[in-house]
Design a protein around this ligand. Structure first.
Ligand code: SAH
Length: 347
């Protein structure tokens, strides 16, 4: 495929789009109309834009690319109605996203990169490495396409699918700006969670933005040694540095950190591990989300059994730490990160 050299119209802010229209000798109100079609009415392309003159549509096609993900496959869980979507990007790369139904509303989990280069040992998304960063519009369009396809209102977005969001930092920030924009879907910052494996300098940079989003840190271990075993990024940043960055994030934003901790049998799930974790995060304003690791066939890691998970949680609670066990959604449909995409790529 030819390299795309047009600019991406869905990644412009409204202000930028107004400047673009002025540059094309169009009136700024055209930007308002285009923006509304793209970000509020979630148009699949220019065809639907009934109040845009044909001449302007032609100009737009000439100057800009228009991101519209192609839905390749949907799987629906018979257990809990969770839906998993596989989308093709314009260049043929694949990403997956998930729609989950909770009592408090519908949540969409999106990917931030095609593939990933972080190399976490239990994760299917990283097995083939990083293909490329997603554009802001390609992150947005996962939410837009799911909203259209499901006909349901999406109230929460979590950036917890394939990829490391802080490894695609500028595009992530622009995505947040557009997703929370009152001229678009206007999702509240508080209903947005960004999950990171712990890229310390970027966590600090994000803190300085003083957003009201939730930062989730994939901790998975309470000692540097165990964390290095599971996550190569732990060779770059120590737990001490990570914890300082989390404290800084809370100081800057007032937002409580979520720690994600995937329980792997015999690796990080003992009573001693729970004790060490309690020590590590004692006194911090945080919440611990425990997730029994989802086994992937390329690795030998085993999920902790139910009793070990509950004992781990109880020990944390006894130590005064807020901890919950994440309900596993869509167990029957390749629920774990990157599994659907991977199955598709290898078949
Ligand atoms: N790169 C980011 C976001 C994507 S991963 C991050 O690391 O946080 C989202 C979460 O799912 C992370 O906590 C990750 O460690 C976890 N995860 C990945 N594969 C998993 C698996 N097989 N079982 C349980 N959790 C997994």
């Amino acid at each position: 495929m030819e390299a795309e050299n047009r600019q991406d119209i869905k990644s412009f802010t409204l202000e930028e789009l107004k400047e673009e229209m002025t540059g094309l000798s169009e009136k700024p109100f055209r930007a308002v109309q285009l923006y509304e079609w793209m970000h509020k009415k979630l148009a699949r392309g220019y065809e639907q834009m009934s109040n845009i003159p044909a001449s302007l549509k032609e100009k737009c096609k000439e100057h800009y690319s228009y991101t519209a993900l192609r839905l390749v496959e949907v799987q629906e869980s018979r257990i809990d109605g969770t839906k998993k979507y596989l989308f093709a990007l314009a260049d043929g790369n694949m990403v997956e996203s998930v729609l989950m139904h909770y009592k408090h509303g519908n949540s969409v989990c999106i990917s931030s990169q095609a593939g990933c280069r972080m190399g976490c040992k239990f994760c299917a998304s990283t097995l083939d490495g990083l293909k490329r960063n997603l554009l802001p519009s390609e992150m947005l369009d996962q939410v837009y396409a799911i909203t259209r396809e499901s006909g349901e209102r999406v109230s929460n977005v979590v950036v917890m699918g394939t990829g490391e969001p802080l490894d695609n930092y500028e595009n992530l920030l622009r995505f947040i700006t557009l997703l929370t924009d009152e001229n678009g879907l206007h999702i509240s910052q508080r209903n947005l969670t960004v999950s990171t494996c712990g890229i310390v300098p970027k966590m600090r940079e994000l803190a300085k933005e003083k957003l009201q989003i939730t930062l989730a840190l994939s901790l998975h271990a309470a000692t540097d040694e165990t964390r290095r075993e599971l996550m190569p990024v732990a060779n770059v940043y120590s737990l001490a540095e990570l914890m300082e960055a989390c404290t800084y994030y809370f100081e800057q934003t007032g937002r409580r950190i979520t720690f994600e901790y995937s329980l792997v049998q015999g690796v990080n799930d003992s009573n001693k591990d729970a004790g060490r974790l309690s020590e590590l995060i004692r006194g911090m304003n945080c919440h611990v989300n425990l997730i029994p690791v989802n086994p992937i066939k390329e690795r030998t890691y085993v999920q902790s059994d139910k009793r070990a998970v509950e004992a781990f949680r109880d020990r944390l609670i006894k130590n005064g730490i807020t901890a919950t066990v994440r309900r596993e959604m869509g167990r029957d449909i390749d629920g774990a990160c990157g599994q659907l995409r991977r199955r598709f790529l290898t078949r």
